[in-house]
Design a protein around this ligand. Sequence first.
Ligand SMILES: [Zn+2]
Length: 127
Amino acid sequence: MSQSSMIKKTDAIKEGLLQRKRELEAGIKQLQLDNDVSDQIQDSGDQAISSAFESLKSSLHNNEYEEFKMIEKALEMIEAGSYGMCVDCQEAISEKRLKSYPNATRCILCQEKVEEENQKNDTNSYF
Ligand SMILES: [Zn+2]
């Protein structure tokens, strides 16, 4: 694959990620209003959104919070030029997986391992 076609591909992915991030941010802003924590958030920068997320964590579906964090991570990786590589094993994440999960930061094998671990931890905390 040539360098330019890779850049083009991440551009499209980046657009999609930014759009989804905006949707999540809009949801957060609504939650802020509902929860009346707006005076804790003085400006509307990324840092403020992140801290809003922290303070609203309990009111959010965990999935949305996780998704937001993963999108931020994926955008960072696009900027750093390391997007599409697994953060755990440094292998390339398959294109098919990136299409289905553009915010994936792990290959399918490492992701499964993490999810298995999480399930174990959940089980431990419940029993
Ligand atoms: Zn991996």
